[in-house]
Design a binder for this molecule. Structure first.
Ligand SMILES: *Cc1c(COP(=O)(O)O)cnc(C)c1O
Length: 415
């Protein structure tokens, strides 16, 4: 054993062993794979997602709305499960609009953000009664024209590019020059114009960034957002029926990251809402969350095909890889590749006595899922589990690359 182990991220809470084997939602990994027809398989535990939603409602101020950001995981059974449990859905394409409508979500519960909305998507969203979050002045004009052509007053909100950033966010989407949102300084004039044009004016959407584990940064960003929105509404002389405060709640993926203190965020937001400006007195506030709701509820299971040795190092070659779980390979927006939490699902309770690289079956050196992991010794036929796979997994990976085909997906425990 010449290979020195490198750390991996924390296995999320809630996973136990049954007879030494990883159990998800009370079912053994091997049984789940057999029932689904084989590996590789994404398993999403609905019970864990429901617990997340309950914890969120417990931590947040009463009356705050929860929207699910479909981008994180658009698996159809998961959307249907969410439809009965969250207050709204945030989408960013015509395809996501169709998926959410198919899950039985009514148009007025849908918010459509995203740059570069295509004409047909704008028309479909207006016809469905969804709220368009316009991202530019030109897009606002296109939405007004589409509404006029359809004889419908379009439900319109403005996504604001704020004059601040969410500090400590893994991915920044606000502040400075951005493709997202209308620069704050242009917003009052545009809001006045939308109201004057007869739009069904909904309010503002501010999204500062993603994957933050820093409660203080999120609290500061939410307080700054409330100030900004009040200032914009006052300057424009318009009301604010709805204010989407963004989200950005992160989860720990790699060694050293600690879970976000959601209780602190809820308390901070409660205080900020209590002292909000009068112009926001009747506003309905929502947060939009993707990964925090679903990431840790998902496990990617793949089978070990080969155990090979090369110059003193051991490689576990699995029948999946970055074409299903790109983020774990470090190629989805990470600067430095660090290990996601992994385990040998079929030896979940066995002693750790080996160090191995876990690599995918794609013929590219990019396809490394775990680098020098300390694991129980695994053999071909064992199952590898990659945790934190419930968000930005199957739908955010290049499934067509190299022709191995997509992974299976299953939602379990929905009752
Ligand atoms: C990506 C995105 C989200 C979801 O981000 P998470 O990190 O998954 O919570 C929410 N809102 C907008 C506008 C987004 O672009």
């Amino acid at each position: 054993m010449t290979l020195v182990a490198r750390p991996m991220g924390p296995v999320p809470p809630g996973f136990a062993a049954i007879d030494g084997e990883l159990a998800i939602g009370g079912a053994r990994a091997r049984d789940l794979v057999a029932r689904a027809g084989g590996a590789p398989l994404f398993v999403y535990d609905a019970g864990m997602i429901a617990a997340r939603i309950a914890a969120w409602r417990q931590a947040m101020p009463t009356g705050l709305g929860l929207h699910y950001a479909v981008k994180a995981n658009p698996f159809a059974p998961l959307l249907a499960f969410m439809a009965a449990r969250v207050d709204g859905f945030d989408i960013a394409s015509g395809g996501e609009l169709a998926a959410v409508l198919a899950a039985g979500v009514a148009g007025p519960r849908i918010g459509f953000a995203g740059p570069g909305k295509r004409g047909a998507d704008i028309v479909a969203a207006i016809a469905a009664g969804a709220t368009l979050h316009v991202e530019s002045v030109h897009e606002a004009d296109r939405a007004l024209a589409a509404g006029e052509a359809a004889g419908i007053a379009p439900r319109l909100a403005i996504r604001v590019n704020p004059d601040f950033e969410l500090a400590g966010a893994g991915m920044r989407m606000g502040g400075g020059a951005r493709p997202f949102g209308v620069d704050a300084e242009q917003v009052p004039a545009l809001a006045r114009r939308l109201v004057a044009a007869g739009a069904d004016w909904r309010g503002f959407h501010v999204y500062a960034g993603s994957q933050s584990l820093d409660a203080r940064a999120i609290i500061a960003s939410q307080a700054a957002t409330l100030d900004l929105v009040a200032r914009l509404a006052d300057t424009a002389g318009v009301g604010v029926p709805l204010c989407n405060l963004g989200g950005g709640f992160g989860v720990p993926y790699v060694h050293g990251q600690v879970p976000l203190d959601v209780g602190a965020v809820g308390a901070g937001l409660g205080e900020a809402l209590d002292r909000r400006a009068g112009v926001l007195g009747d506003t309905r506030f929502v947060l939009e969350l993707g990964r925090w709701l679903v990431a840790e509820a998902g496990v990617y299971l793949a089978e070990v095909i080969d155990r090979k040795h090369s110059r003193g190092e051991t490689f576990l070659v699995i029948d999946g890889g970055l074409h299903h779980q790109l983020a774990a390979s470090g190629n989805f927006g990470s600067v430095i590749r660090r290990n996601y939490p992994c385990a040998i699902a079929t030896r979940f309770a066995a002693p750790v006595d080996d160090v191995a690289h876990v690599v995918g079956c794609l013929c590219t050196p990019l396809d490394r899922i775990g680098d020098a992991l300390a694991l129980p010794r695994a053999e071909p036929g064992d199952l590898v589990a990659v945790f934190c796979a419930g968000a930005y997994g199957a739908s955010a990976s290049p499934a067509a690359f190299l022709g191995h085909g997509p992974a299976r997906e299953v939602l379990i425990g929905q009752d």
